[in-house]
Design a binder for this molecule. Sequence first.
Ligand SMILES: [Zn+2]
Length: 230
Amino acid sequence: MVATKPQRVPVECYLCGRPITRDATDPRFLRTRDHVPPQGFIPKPRPANLITLPCCRACQDEYQRDEDEFRNNLGALAPASVNAAARVTWETAKRAFKRGPGVTKDFVSRLQRVAVPRADGSTEDRLALAFDAAQTRRVIHKVGCGLLYHHLRQRPRADQPLEVEWDTHLDAAEYQPMIDASHYRDSFGRAFAYVGLVVAGSRDSIWLMWFFEHHMASVAFLDAVPTCDS
Ligand SMILES: [Zn+2]
């Protein structure tokens, strides 16, 4: 009797949909686990409820630099004085600056002085950090894809209509009705929290996310989920 090696059943990458296995001969299609949000945003000790999804090596590599730079941006701007997770992230960012002179040069080149209006009509000179808008959008979109897949097992098509918003000054109260009506929600320490809502009678879903209880972003996937009443 000949023992046969059990066949590995491929699963799909939650980002590109390619079939992936742990013993793929092409390293690009090796099955890995990807964190939602990226692991670098959640300092240790990491909570037990972290979301992980099957992902191919190629997709993970593709987003690595965007995620690292976005983390450094957030680390610099997050409220480190009141949020311990933000403080740890800023320390991680500073280590990245020490390791890579190019990273530091890029970061410093994006610092700029801006005149912020005061209530009395005068202006205050402050230091601001310019984000790479396309890079920020890619990371937020990826996190949104992870939440969509985790809860609804849906992968947006490449041509999927979607809206991504990112603002460090969004008024959370404005979104309270959406938060109250949400179907999905979770939080990971004080580092990341989200809510998700499938719009009644439509195929649209909206995902709101908060980084370090401060920065807020949203992703809306239009026409991407089955309607409850169809
Ligand atoms: Zn992939």
